[in-house]
Design a protein around this ligand. Structure first.
Ligand code: GDP
Ligand code: MG
Length: 225
């Protein structure tokens, strides 16, 4: 990898100016701490917006998205560099397809990751879903079985379709916290991690809206409600 020339992360230029400033500040801070690369693994069920989120982060259409078809069978790594910092992001096929755990995908992902160090697991699901179910549990168990319980201490939960009006007049913040809590709870139970240990991992939850239709604040930054 080191000998390869990584493409410039020029997609940053398409972000809102305020977002660019914050991101570049963050990259500067990481560099001061001698962190000059970050590898993010993106996983989740099929169709939840993993590939779209990769494209949003890179700021360019680098992986294909498809609402109706299951994804390609192989993980794809995209690398971009900016000001001496390299971002690697790995898009993966859905872990649940057609109601079943995609064991083949899991196997291929495991093999793909053999010589790589993962800094962050970006676990993606949708915000605009009301229920959690057994499949969420199954997927958490499969991730733990494949990558070990430690993976949950480097996890960020990303909820896509964030531009959304909750049902029954429920305030957005309340819906967001209920949805995150119930999802985290089912993930924890699937991962079979003790409540305290899971809470200690304090998984951050972030809102993601990949479509252009998204509310913006005065600084042109995307906001959830
Ligand atoms: P993946 O299977 O998890 O990689 O999901 P994709 O990224 O392929 O997305 C599946 C479908 O959901 C596509 O039609 C996307 O355009 C759509 N989609 C993904 N994220 C969002 C989002 O944040 N908002 C909206 N409105 N649609 C999204
Ligand atoms: Mg995809």
């Amino acid at each position: 990898m080191a000998s390869q020339i990584t493409r410039e992360w020029s997609g940053i230029n398409t972000f809102a100016p305020a977002t660019q400033t914050k991101l570049l500040e963050l990259l500067g801070k990481l560099k001061q701490e001698n962190v000059n690369s970050l590898t993010i693994l993106v996983m989740g069920k099929g169709g939840v917006g993993k590939s779209s989120t990769v494209n949003s982060i890179i700021g360019d259409r680098v992986v294909s998205i498809n609402p109706f078809q299951s994804e390609g069978p192989r993980p794809v790594i995209v690398s971009r560099s900016r000001a001496g910092f390299t971002l690697n992001i790995i898009d993966t096929p859905g872990l649940i397809e057609g109601g079943y755990i995609n064991d083949m995908a899991l196997d291929i992902i495991k093999r793909f990751l053999l010589n790589k160090t993962i800094d962050v697991l970006l676990y993606v699901d949708r915000l605009d879903v009301y229920r959690v179910d057994n499949l969420d549990k199954v997927v958490a168990k499969a991730i733990t079985d494949s990558f070990g319980k430690g993976i949950w201490s480097k996890t960020i939960l990303a909820l896509t379709h964030a531009q959304f009006s909750p049902p029954d007049g429920l305030p957005y913040d309340e819906f967001f916290s209920q949805r995150s809590e119930s999802l985290l709870k089912v993930l924890r139970s699937g991962a079979r991690i003790k409540k305290e240990a899971f809470q200690a991992a304090s998984i951050p939850v972030v809102l993601v809206e990949n479509s252009g239709r998204c509310n913006k604040n005065d600084s042109d930054e995307k906001v959830g409600d």
